[in-house]
Ligand binder design. Structure first.
Ligand SMILES: NC(=O)C1=CN([C@@H]2O[C@H](COP(=O)(O)OP(=O)(O)OC[C@H]3O[C@@H](n4cnc5c(N)ncnc54)[C@H](OP(=O)(O)O)[C@@H]3O)[C@@H](O)[C@H]2O)C=CC1
Ligand SMILES: CC(=O)N[C@@H](CCC(=O)OP(=O)(O)O)C(=O)O
Length: 355
């Protein structure tokens, strides 16, 4: 594998610094030993010191927000887009001309199929040639391509849990589970909806309540399906139901799959342990474990437990992650480390916060 040589300090710009994934990038990158934060944008808060909005960053980030027009993004080595869908692709070609690498936390560079992108995101793609050269930023599945890419489509938060929870069962066309009928029952904390004002995110709407949403179709379904097909070498039938749960951070996915009769003797615990043995951010817990969202809060680690209720033919995989870290900003920093030839864990060794 060839990796790019890292500049002594990586000059980083963040577009969309006031949002939840933006401030999470700032928290992580302000502690990263190889990073120099150079520009942080907000259209609404131009001139406001970052620490006035986010006092947790006092003494750690001494910059002020600037409009994207004022920020010298072209002087950065890498720009993170922590913005709504459609923003990164409108600026990608201009930045690439200045050899700036791009990591988009939105969906502009996730789906390879243009038609599917346009169907779900209701906008034409602004730069299909850049999309074709980009890499899907799920490091554990796509390491080599990411290391050599200029543009990364950082995965959606739900897809990260579902893909890492299913990869050991499907990779390389393995015949272990019924691929026509996998169920992903997924739950997210309210920060998954971002910081913008929305009725559904109000305390009086989201607290003391649990609800499913987008059962008829969610834009993460085609993203998961596209990647599962790449993994399995064939289409995979998936039912995906997201839920909103009354917590701020955290995501929990319960995945159900039927074991094929010829695979009933498989040691699934060993399969998962071996697959992720060298992965710093995927923890396969001991047999019988029950992961919890609080065990990954504020950390880039995703925890998995594999169960086979009553030793039967049903496999249940439990996956917990922090939607803002491994599900978004932490994963984006992991991608940056890989693109710049740094050890993947640089700046990402935070232990989860309990209780
Ligand atoms: N929240 C989560 O758990 C996850 C989020 N993501 C994705 O990451 C991206 C950011 O999410 P999140 O932080 O939650 O969103 P927020 O709504 O919290 O923040 C969005 C940010 O983008 C800026 N922004 C909005 N429109 C534009 C624009 N047209 N041009 C430049 N800047 C703009 C906003 O600031 P201002 O308006 O002042 O410019 C704000 O800083 C989204 O695409 C989201 O889907 C991915 C995985 C998980
Ligand atoms: C709880 C909640 O609302 N979650 C968001 C998904 C989070 C996310 O950021 O996904 P994208 O990056 O693909 O937009 C949702 O379901 O729309």
């Amino acid at each position: 594998m060839t990796t790019a040589a890292a500049p002594s300090r990586i000059k980083v710009g963040i577009v969309g610094g006031t949002g939840y994934t933006g401030v999470e990038l700032l928290r992580l990158l302000s502690q990263h030993p190889q990073v120099e934060l150079t520009a942080i944008t907000s259209r609404k808060e131009d001139g406001m010191p970052v620490s006035d909005m986010y006092p947790n960053l006092r003494g750690h980030v001494n910059l002020a927000f600037q409009t994207p027009e004022k920020a010298a993004l072209e002087q950065c080595d890498v720009v993170f887009f922590a913005t709504p869908h459609g923003v990164a692709m409108s600026q990608a070609e201009a930045l690439l001309k200045h050899k700036v690498r791009i990591i988009d936390l939105a969906a502009d560079f996730r789906l390879q199929d243009l038609q599917v992108f346009e169907q779900w995101y209701k906008m034409p793609h602004a730069c299909p040639p850049v999309l074709r050269q980009s890499a899907y930023g799920l490091v554990e599945l796509n390491r080599e391509k990411i290391a050599n890419a200029q543009v990364i489509g950082n995965p959606g938060c739900y897809p990260t849990t579902v893909l890492l929870g299913l990869a050991p069962l499907l990779e390389g066309g393995k015949k272990l589970i019924d691929t026509s009928n996998i169920i992903a029952d997924c739950k997210s904390g309210v920060s998954g909806a971002g910081r913008k004002a929305e009725v559904g995110s109000l305390f009086s709407e989201a607290s003391d309540n649990l609800k499913a949403y987008a059962v008829r179709g969610h834009r993460h379904h085609p993203e998961i399906s596209e990647q599962l097909q790449i993994l399995a070498g064939q289409p995979v039938g998936l039912i995906f139901v997201p839920h909103l749960v009354p917590m701020i951070r955290g995501m929990f996915s319960t995945l159900y799959a039927r074991i094929l009769p010829e695979a009933l003797d498989t040691d699934f615990q060993a399969l998962f342990e071996e697959r992720y043995a060298d992965e710093p951010f995927v923890d396969v817990m001991p047999a019988g474990s029950l992961p919890e969202t609080r065990s990954v809060r504020a950390s880039n680690v995703l925890r998995i437990a594999v169960h086979r209720p009553e030793g039967g033919n049903q496999l249940v995989v439990l996956v917990a992650q922090d939607n803002l870290v491994k599900g978004a900003s932490g994963q984006a920093v992991q991608n940056m480390n890989l693109m710049f030839g740094l050890p993947e864990s640089t700046g990402l060794t935070q232990v989860a916060v309990l209780p």
